[in-house]
Ligand binder design. Structure first.
Ligand SMILES: NC(=O)c1ccc[n+]([C@@H]2O[C@H](COP(=O)([O-])OP(=O)(O)OC[C@H]3O[C@@H](n4cnc5c(N)ncnc54)[C@H](O)[C@@H]3O)[C@@H](O)[C@H]2O)c1
Length: 312
């Protein structure tokens, strides 16, 4: 199969591209390297076609999508705070860019587009666990942009027959997530602190919880979503289906590293959501998704990776 991965120089996209290569696909990546890096593709760049380009460039996307069977659309500006500061820019990349990807895939007669959506679509609704049937009321431009992308994906399926699947990722973590970005995931920042021998900062009492999901599970979900017969036009939560508090994370990391690791606590940040975790039963049933890597095992692998980078 021929596969296009948008955002394939990024954290999740590079793992999807690698997994597609492993199963024998031909892979093209388009990425403008705003938050992605060539180093994320270092181990396989010779085996793919890399196009340094922007999903806002419709013409270029048409060329990239030509002859492709599946498009994994990961490219985005991935930050709630950045979307609040720069809503026009994130609108252009996350909505217009997604529209371009869908239109290019339709025109190129691709079979399916798998869209990286987000748990941010759920907003502040306190209902737990989050399930796809509940109302999505995002509270940030980023959340709204992801929800709009999802609606466009559904419309393209209903009107033009393009098979589209939206995956609402929860808090993904793993190797290649950039700890230096101010907008990065909490786990990659904590790992950096741990290996630097510094204390992590927790805003609030640390009892806030998230559904942390190791990237290998998310890759599995994407590969399944590329072919599951009942998935076209549907949305799925992709998490582990478990809640982990920040205090539990810190405790686990210290234990895995075999040294004390205590957090510094600061005032909770206004607008931070207290609790979020996924009901993944729809993905289990319709995609046959079964996350196999626990938070602790994922942390173990991430720590080994981060240590090896420092050793190198
Ligand atoms: N990491 C998470 O926990 C998480 C959670 C929910 C959803 N997501 C979604 O998953 C996808 C991948 O996220 P990630 O964590 O790998 O982030 P990432 O920043 O590592 O990857 C995004 C990639 O998109 C590229 N990109 C950005 N703007 C672009 C543009 N205009 N044209 C082409 N490429 C562009 C970046 O350079 C980067 O390589 C995103 O769509 C994100 O919204 C991620």
């Amino acid at each position: 199969m021929k596969i296009l991965v948008t955002g394939g120089a990024g954290f999740i996209g590079s793992h999807i591209a690698e997994a597609c290569l492993r199963r024998g696909d031909e892979v093209i990546i388009i990425d403008n390297l705003t938050s992605g890096h060539r180093r994320n593709m270092a181990s396989f760049i010779r085996d793919i076609q890399f196009v340094e380009g922007d999903v806002r460039d419709r013409k270029l996307l048409g060329i990239c999508a030509s002859g492709c069977d599946i498009v994994y659309h990961q490219a985005a500006i991935v930050s709630v705070p950045y979307s609040i500061e720069h809503p026009r820019e994130t609108h252009d990349v996350n909505i217009v860019g997604t529209f371009n990807v869908l239109e290019a895939a339709r025109d190129a007669k691709a079979r399916r587009v798998v869209f990286a959506c987000s748990a941010a679509v759920y907003g502040e609704d306190p209902e737990l666990p989050k399930h796809e049937g509940m109302s999505a009321l995002p509270i940030s431009p980023y959340g709204l942009e992801k929800l709009t992308g999802e609606h466009y994906a559904k419309i393209f399926h209903a009107l033009y027959g393009l098979e589209t699947v939206s995956l609402r990722y929860f808090n993904v973590f793993g190797p290649r997530q950039d700890p230096k970005s101010p907008y990065s995931g909490v786990i990659s920042i904590f790992v950096d602190r741990l290996l630097d021998g510094e204390m992590p900062t927790i805003f609030g009492d640390g009892e806030q919880c998230r559904d942390f999901v190791f990237v290998e599970n998310v890759v599995q979900a994407n590969l399944l979503a590329g072919s599951a017969p009942k998935a076209a036009g549907r949305s799925y939560n992709i998490g582990l289906g478990e809640r982990t508090t920040l205090n539990q994370l810190v405790e686990m990391m210290g234990r895995l590293e075999g040294r004390p690791f205590a957090a510094r606590y600061e005032a909770a940040r206004p607008g931070d959501i207290r609790a979020s975790f996924a009901d993944i039963s729809r993905a289990r049933k319709e995609l046959d998704y079964g996350p196999s890597v626990s938070v602790e095992e994922g942390l173990r692998r991430l720590l080994a990776y981060a240590r090896s980078l420092r050793g190198a």
